[in-house]
Design a protein around this ligand. Structure first.
Ligand SMILES: N[C@@H](CCC(=O)N[C@@H](CS)C(=O)NCC(=O)O)C(=O)O
Length: 229
């Protein structure tokens, strides 16, 4: 199985299936395509008809879009129970993943994932705060309900944790203040060895995507390659 991803520093959509596979202990080959470079379109076209990362290639099956990939992986490895086993909990898990997938546009537009940046206070506005409040309510509510079963949103790790992982990173980058229960969840997720592995790899990247850097005027790495979209 091959997972095609973009830059670890920027590609929030790529982080979701990558974390899902790594947390579930599913072997895969990682193929990285550098976003917005001259060769991106040609390279990603080899793997995805949608022309975007992430994409999963499993033999003659190709799946694109992070939500479809999560569903495929969960079906392909039923023994990993990547969705909650309980039907009602599964419905909630799917609902919050869909909410994340199609919503929180203020947060997504204003606070782009930028794993290695430290930008406290940047990008914040009241519309972003509404998204933050909703996410904190989701995390806090689920932790209250399922905390006794384990540290993840539904106790055990599920697709829902993978889906909110990029938000955890954004909150860290932009120094977003969270209520205690939501902060405890975010801190726990950030400390996961798999998240740390992703972050460490992001630090090794040299591409600096100008469009994703509204708050850093110049790269803080002298070896950076500036990529303009
Ligand atoms: N809804 C898609 C979004 C994928 C997406 O927008 N990927 C971005 C990178 S994070 C991309 O490949 N952009 C390249 C382009 O649009 O040319 C998913 O969940 O996978």
């Amino acid at each position: 199985m091959k997972l095609v991803i973009g830059n670890k520093n920027y590609s929030s959509w790529s982080l979701r299936p990558w974390l899902l596979l790594r947390q579930a202990g599913i072997e895969f080959e990682e193929v990285q395509v550098r976003l917005f470079t001259g060769s991106f379109a040609a390279e990603i076209a080899r793997y995805s008809p949608a022309g975007k990362v992430p994409a999963l290639v499993d033999g003659d099956v190709t799946v694109w879009d992070s939500l479809a990939i999560a569903e495929y992986v969960a079906e392909r490895f039923p023994e990993k129970t990547l969705w909650p086993a309980d039907r009602a909990e599964r419905a909630v898990a799917r609902a919050i993943c869909a909410e994340m997938h199609s919503g929180f546009t203020n947060l997504r537009n204003q606070l782009p994932m930028n794993v290695t940046a430290v930008l406290p206070g940047c990008g914040w506005n009241v519309a972003v705060q509404r998204d933050v409040d909703r996410i904190a309510a989701i995390w806090g509510g689920l932790r209250q309900q399922h905390g006794a079963r384990g540290p993840f949103l539904f106790g055990e790790f599920t697709v829902a944790d993978a889906f909110f992982a990029p938000v955890v990173s954004r909150f860290a980058t932009y120094g977003i203040h969270l209520p205690e229960d939501a902060k405890a969840y975010a801190d726990f997720m950030l400390a996961l060895p798999t998240m740390q592995e992703w972050i460490a790899a992001a630090r090794e990247e040299r591409d600096f995507l100008a469009d994703d850097e509204p708050y850093r005027l110049a790269p803080d790495r002298p070896d950076a390659i500036i990529v303009n979209h």
